[in-house]
Design a protein around this ligand. Structure first.
Ligand code: OAD
Length: 235
């Protein structure tokens, strides 16, 4: 049963945020599954999996270049900035995100675990190279070795980075409070992670416009925009 008034985040030291596309929605970046969601417009099988990239790298890069363009035209919102402010004041705060847009970092967040990679990194599988790249569009789609750069994103059917999973699990095993912000909680294995904290019976708060399949697991459920709800918890 969800309670009405959650405690103030200022009263905790070890805070973990688990965030999804809803965090960036108020910046103007479309979510994946709601109305106007990315996967309603584009079939992930054609644009967001290794098989699609192997079959049509140019088409997959066109899609990702377009996404770079959308994100580059957007600014971090108040919710991103609040998380950055909390990290400045509470140095043990960890942000675990499924977002690939880099807006948390642009807002000033320093400790971010990017479970699904980043739109702003590319890697060459043949050379084993990974590097940041902020061009819109990417100026050169091939590495010097001749292979295509691949977006360093965890696509559908990819495994998550074991180091990121370990770091996220460690933070969730140790936190005093877990705040989930703007995620449908429906994409696994990422969606499994918050359970580590939820099963420890920590203070848990879900911020979302709508009910999710995991809402009932949280002590407090805040229905509303990420910006307003985080401001309520922090400001
Ligand atoms: P979804 O699009 O599945 O869910 C977004 C959630 O945010 C929904 O539950 C909305 O109700 C909520 N929401 C929307 N606007 C909001 C707002 N302003 N304030 C609060 N909540 C809001 O996105 P994710 O859960 O992040 O993977 O999806 C998980 C993964 O699926 C993504 O990381 C992505 C996708 O395939 C990759 O790109 C690798």
């Amino acid at each position: 049963m969800a309670h009405v008034s959650p405690p103030r985040l200022r009263d905790f030291e070890r805070i973990v945020f688990f965030t999804g596309a809803g965090l960036s929605a108020e910046s103007g970046i479309p979510t994946y599954r709601g109305t106007g969601g990315v996967w309603h417009k584009y079939r992930w099988q054609e644009f967001a999996c290794q098989r699609a990239f192997d079959a049509s790298p140019e088409k997959v890069w066109d899609f990702h270049d377009a996404r770079r363009g959308v994100v580059a035209a957007c600014e971090p919102n108040h919710a991103h900035r609040i998380l950055a402010a909390i990290q400045r004041e509470k140095s043990e705060t960890v942000v675990i995100t499924q977002n690939i847009d880099g807006l948390l970092q642009r807002a000033g967040c320093t400790h971010v675990i990017e479970l699904h990679g980043s739109l702003w990194r590319v890697r060459c599988e043949r050379e084993g190279i990974r590097k940041e790249n902020f061009e819109v569009p990417l100026s050169k789609r091939q590495c010097d070795c001749g292979d295509y750069w691949r977006p360093d994103i965890v696509w559908f059917e990819d495994a998550l980075d074991p180091g990121n999973m370990r770091d996220a699990a460690a933070a969730l095993s140790d936190c005093e409070v877990l705040v989930s912000v703007g995620t449908s909680g429906s994409v696994y294995p990422a969606a499994e992670l918050p359970r580590i904290a939820l099963e420890r019976d920590v203070v848990s708060i879900e911020i979302n416009l709508d009910e999710t399949p995991v809402s009932h697991l949280y002590t407090y459920v805040l229905r509303g925009n990420a910006t307003e709800m985080l401001a309520t918890l922090w400001d």
